[in-house]
Write a protein that binds this ligand. Structure first.
Ligand code: AMP
Length: 366
């Protein structure tokens, strides 16, 4: 095994490529943008749309194993490759199921995993109000969601989703949002990263606190759920499980079949990062140790504050702070709320890590 093919070349692909190189692998990457963050680091590039079936096959011809960093890759093309014996991880069947949020919810609840009540749009009334109308696929960072407070909101919600196939989900009055990144080998060996709390602003991940400041009972419940979820999937790789904590309950919100923003802290804070674990898993290597090597870590995303050419500034000052690491993804253009980079601060307590990360963030502009 020498070359890993990655479909998708954003920041996740960039950090995966770093991890692959550190383990001695080459990376061939496919993305529509020639200088996308990951494409800048790859050893070989295929410039093509995510859905391009022929380009996906060409990618396979150039590598020993294929994986992906975005859900909008061509699951059918990957399934055909997999069917013909080419290794694709996680399996395209798992990807296809997760990609459709309604199938995903049905799959999770059929495996006994607690989720928010959900219904087809025509039966949404049975959930009561408010509910969330969600696009079944394609919407991430909350872009495919519309809140419905009363029957008068339905037309606007459908318009916001531009008529995309949707389903309805009961609104969860959660206390906290939590996430767990976990990894499995093709043989079913599972390792689980520490539970984190995720804090969103405008439906976009703003901050991640590791370990999550919750009771040991909640942390154990979340871990148990992560284990059940991972055991129910096929194929190797990292999965991220986003959850709601309501009182003493934990509900699964959604799964991503890939490395995830809620696991970026692991680069500095864990013995083995989520990116290295993913590469190890897809390359058939034994998994590393995902536990934390520092008491606490806080990650803050660096989102674009304006529209125009990116002009990263203040990074050296931020990195002078002890325990602070700044990651800039190399995107040419900044846009309001676009993920341009992130900061991880490690410290002895979550409070200290959070103050450090916030201070560092205030020094950086892009
Ligand atoms: P999602 O597209 O499911 O990842 O949702 C993005 C964000 O919207 C979540 O992180 C929550 O903050 C919020 N959200 C999603 N589903 C619900 C729900 N059923 N009830 C309340 N908030 C939700």
């Amino acid at each position: 095994m020498k070359t890993i093919g990655i479909a998708g070349g954003g920041q996740l692909g960039r950090m995966l490529t770093d991890a692959a190189h550190a383990l001695g692998f080459k990376v061939v990457m496919m993305d529509p943008t020639p200088n996308a963050p990951g494409m800048q680091m790859a050893d070989e590039r295929i410039v093509a749309a995510y859905g391009d079936a022929n380009a996906t096959k060409r990618l396979a011809e150039k590598c020993d194993v294929l994986t992906f960093e975005i859900e909008s890759v061509n699951a059918d093309a990957l399934e055909e490759l997999s069917h013909n014996g080419f290794p694709v991880h996680p399996t395209p069947r798992t990807l296809a199921m997760i990609k459709d949020k309604l199938y995903q919810k049905q799959f999770l609840s059929s495996h006994g995993i607690p989720v928010a009540p959900f219904a087809l749009p025509e039966e949404a009334e049975t959930l009561g109000y408010p509910y969330v109308l969600k696009a079944r696929s394609g919407g991430f960072d909350g872009r495919g969601n519309a809140l419905v407070n009363s029957p008068e909101d339905i037309a606007d919600a459908v318009a916001k989703l531009r008529g995309a196939p949707a389903y309805a989900e009961g609104f969860v009055h959660f206390d906290k949002e939590l996430a767990i990144v976990a990894v499995r080998t093709a043989e079913g060996d599972i390792k689980i990263f520490p539970l984190v709390e995720t804090i969103h602003k405008n439906h976009i991940c703003h901050m991640v606190l590791a370990p999550a400041p919750v009771s040991t009972e909640i942390a154990q419940r979340a871990r148990d759920l992560a284990e059940i979820v991972l055991a129910s999937f096929e194929g190797a790789g990292v999965f991220a499980i986003e959850m709601f904590n309501v009182g003493s309950e934990v509900l699964v919100n959604e799964i991503a079949p890939r490395v995830h923003n809620s696991g970026h802290f692991s680069i500095e804070a864990c013995h083995t990062s989520q990116f290295e674990e993913h590469i190890r898993a897809v390359a058939g290597m034994p998994l590393g140790d995902p536990s934390m090597k520092v008491p606490a870590a806080v990650m803050i995303n660096i989102l674009g504050e304006r529209d125009g050419q990116a002009m990263p500034d203040g990074i050296e000052d931020a990195e002078k702070l002890p325990g602070v690491k700044v990651h800039i993804y190399g995107k040419t253009d900044t846009r309001k709320e676009r993920k341009m980079g992130h900061i991880t601060a490690t410290a002895d307590t979550l409070d200290d890590a959070r103050s450090l990360a916030e201070h560092a963030r205030s020094l950086v502009s892009i």
